[in-house]
Design a protein around this ligand. Structure first.
Ligand SMILES: Nc1ncnc2c1ncn2[C@@H]1O[C@H](COP(=O)(O)OP(=O)(O)OP(=O)(O)O)[C@@H](O)[C@H]1O
Ligand SMILES: [Mg+2]
Length: 349
């Protein structure tokens, strides 16, 4: 049940919400749409569902032009960003709602069995008689999913279904959702602005910014080969080191005579080397240690360098114990691993 979208454009007045986006979601795939607020994720999802019309572009479901398919025939289950259950209906009746509208009509017994199965599937067996107000936020979202699954969709479109929940419940639910997806194998598009969530759950991630598709790749490919600084920045903290040259993939110190070629490289906090007496100071930046945070699996260090530069490092506890770094100490920092981006994609210098 593949989804192919081609050159989708959508404007609101002069504002471009979706800018020429094309991609393909494979049958049974779990695709995450990841991007900052306002990047066009919900708009794109609504267009795929048929709830919004694109200005231009094509959508194919199972190879068939979706324009010829009314929304109800698209077999799409949609869980909205701000999803509300019917408060006056029990959990059972919420899930049964779509089943009761089915034609030809299902018998009472058929509806009971289907709802019962769905309650088990979403790990809510036995709560059918409760009302939404008696459930936790996480339980409510699972009812919302069961309600959508009841109509036996071929595609599942989820718009930040766990957005309103606290981070622990979110983590539990996304693992649960991943397993559920793997069990029932629905082609799924999942919107989130949480990169950790996307990385953990998705087969591939489409990164959006300002209505454009910036990169579509597996989590590992994004992590190892970000297309530009935006993707790199979106995936985590980093440091900028200035004043190097790269030749044949090797980092070289830039000589004053070659300032024009001087480049900057980007390193994650755990890709930084810290020394007291550097072997070759030309490769290092001098900085003062300003903070040591020992909470967490890695020790976090913060540094202030010259000209208001700022560095973050993460090191093993054993290294801190051996080196015994002290706050206020002048140290030397060097990128051990780094990324480099073309000038045109550099965000700020
Ligand atoms: N009906 C509308 N009329 C006018 N502008 C709209 C409309 N819907 C969306 N927009 C604009 O289009 C842009 C993209 O909106 P969209 O809701 O798709 O973003 P999003 O990526 O889902 O953001 P969030 O993470 O905050 O949900 C936003 O700038 C928004 O203001
Ligand atoms: Mg949205």
């Amino acid at each position: 049940m593949s989804v192919i979208i081609k050159n989708i454009n959508k404007k609101y007045g002069d504002f471009v919400a979706v800018n020429d986006i094309s991609f393909q979601v494979k049958e049974g795939e779990f695709l995450a749409l990841l991007g900052p607020s306002g990047s066009g994720k919900t708009t794109l999802l609504r267009i795929i569902a048929g709830l919004e019309l694109p200005d231009t572009g094509e959508i194919y479901l199972e190879g068939i032009d979706a324009q010829n398919k009314p929304v109800r025939e698209r077999k799409i289950g949609f869980v909205f960003q701000h999803f509300a259950l019917f408060k006056h209906l029990s959990v059972f009746d919420n899930i049964a709602f779509g089943l009761r509208l089915k034609r030809p009509k299902l018998t009472k017994q058929e509806i009971y069995l289907r709802v019962d199965n769905l309650l088990k599937l979403v790990h809510l067996a036995g709560v059918g008689g409760k009302y939404p107000s008696e459930l936790s936020g996480g339980q409510r979202q699972r009812v919302a999913l069961a309600r959508v699954l009841a109509i036996e969709p071929k595609y599942m479109l989820l718009d930040e279904p766990f957005g309103a929940l606290d981070s622990k419940v979110r983590k539990e639910l996304r693992r649960w959702l991943k397993k559920l997806h793997d069990t029932i194998g629905l082609t799924t598009i999942f919107v989130t602005h949480d990169q950790e969530e996307a990385i953990e759950i998705a087969d591939r991630i489409a990164i959006l910014n300002d209505g454009k598709l910036v990169q579509l790749a597996t989590p590992l490919e994004l992590w190892e080969s970000p297309a530009n600084v935006f993707v790199y920045d979106f995936l985590g903290n980093y440091n900028i080191f200035k004043g190097y040259e790269i030749e044949d993939g090797k980092l070289l110190f830039s000589k004053p005579s070659s300032q024009a070629h001087m480049t900057q490289v980007y390193s994650r906090p755990y890709e930084i080397g810290i020394e007291r007496t550097p072997s070759d100071p030309r490769f290092f930046q001098q900085a003062t240690l300003t903070l040591i945070n020992k909470a967490g699996p890695l020790i976090k260090l913060e540094f202030e360098g010259k000209e208001e530069t700022f560095y973050l490092a993460e090191i093993e506890k054993s290294i801190l114990e051996t080196m015994n770094f002290k706050i206020g100490e002048e140290l030397w920092l060097k990128p051990l691993r780094y990324c480099q981006f073309k000038k045109s994609t550099v965000l700020s210098e």
